[in-house]
Design a protein around this ligand. Sequence first.
Ligand SMILES: [Cu+2]
Length: 123
Amino acid sequence: MSLSRTHALYPYGLRRLLGCALLALALVAPPACADDLPQFELTIENHRWRPSELKVPAGTKFKLVVINQDATPEEFESIDLKREKIVMPGGRISVFIGPLAPGSYAFFGDFHQDTAQGRLIAE
Ligand SMILES: [Cu+2]
């Protein structure tokens, strides 16, 4: 078999196989879109979180939108949740969290820890 013939045969078979596998996946499990997740908002203003205590559902993934209304950068940080992400002045970020076990999860603004303290209550 010539090289060029081998080259022509295998990609076709592979493509077909991959195509079928992808189609089967699509039929069995339509991919969950991030926009379908429950969404919660957290605002930083005057270097304090609003709300400082946020109730979220336990046992499911969700999207936390963090909005910075201050004129300085802030960083959403949580050791409990293993997350840290900077939010520019006037900006917003999304943080994907969960599924969480029921409980309390502390977070803080890393740049203003004296005042920017809060917690998520998963229940
Ligand atoms: Cu940090």
